[in-house]
Design a protein around this ligand. Structure first.
Ligand SMILES: C[S@@+](CC[C@H](N)C(=O)[O-])C[C@H]1O[C@@H](n2cnc3c(N)ncnc32)[C@H](O)[C@@H]1O
Length: 269
């Protein structure tokens, strides 16, 4: 049931990106079709498992940096995923309990977990929107019920834009979202690469796309294509790097392979 009491329909016969990712992270919210797709991905690109874990570690480091070093107190986290260890609101509110977080995802199974996500600190606010990234206008107007768009906001788009094909204009979508944020805001983003281990990633993409349900497909992108998401922003050092290379904090092996691009950008004007 949804928080509004509607019945959620989940097709478990085909793979779904949120559940495949849950499987790669060692979670339990996945079905045979998701595990089969995950195993096919691992066979093509063995470091997809360490890459997924390093992506979660990047999320935690980026949120800590944004809250502790940049003073950010508002997050719009699109492509939330099934709750895993160290969700955005948990990391942020552990440092600044008054932090507000709006989560957005279009997967019914993530919606089913919304109640678990909605538990934040009494001083802060956590909200969940069941919405599609391809409709940024709807996301912005609904998020305005919780977030103050006159104050800086960190837009989190970790491992989600690869699920938006070029035909759906992913760069224009990010541009539209960023245009609604005031100066002082940030964009944290991670994305599978088409130019690191390109043959293995292409094979992984092909195998996953064969198994994903209707309306879903992944598109890996090159470093230049990922850099274009940050057009008009200043990149926080060390810039656009692989997830394990972004401000490593000693908890990770900095040489462990992780084929995922990431960066944090600052909107100054
Ligand atoms: C790989 S998970 C990433 C989860 C989390 N951001 C992280 O990096 O750990 C991708 C998530 O994006 C969601 N997603 C994919 N396409 C979407 C869309 N068009 N609109 C909203 N969410 C989407 C999926 O349902 C899934 O939960």
């Amino acid at each position: 049931m949804t928080p509004e009491g509607e019945l959620i329909k989940i097709d478990t016969s085909v793979a779904h990106s949120a559940r495949v990712y849950d499987y790669l992270l060692g979670g339990k919210d996945n079905f045979a079709a998701d595990r089969e797709a995950g195993d096919q991905m691992i066979e093509a690109l063995p470091n997809v498992v360490s890459g997924s874990r390093m992506n979660r570690a990047f999320l935690a480091r980026a949120v800590r940096y944004l809250v502790a070093d940049c003073g950010i107190r508002q997050f719009l986290d699109i492509g939330t995923g099934i709750p895993a260890a160290g969700n955005t609101h948990e990391v942020a509110q552990a440092i600044a309990p008054q932090t507000r977080v709006v989560y957005v995802d279009n997967d019914p199974i993530v919606l089913a977990h919304a109640r678990a996500l909605l538990i934040g600190t009494p001083e802060g606010l956590v909200d969940y929107l069941h919405a599609d990234l391809r409709d940024p206008g709807e996301i912005l107007s609904a998020a305005a019920g919780t977030l103050d768009f006159s104050q800086p906001i960190a837009l989190m788009m970790l491992l989600v834009l690869h699920m938006i094909p070029d035909a759906d204009g992913p760069h224009a979508i990010v541009g539209r979202l960023l245009s609604a944020l005031p100066p002082g805001s940030y964009l944290a983003l991670s994305h599978p690469p088409s130019d690191i281990l390109p043959d293995d990633v292409a094979e992984m993409q092909q195998r996953l796309n064969k198994r994903l349900g209707p309306g879903q497909s992944m598109t890996a992108r090159s470093r230049d294509e990922v850099a274009r998401f940050f057009r008009g922003l200043g990149l926080v050092p060390p810039g656009l790097v692989q997830v394990h290379q972004w401000r490593p904090d000693g908890r990770l092996d900095p040489d462990a392979p992780a084929s995922v691009w990431c960066a944090v950008g600052h909107k100054t004007t």
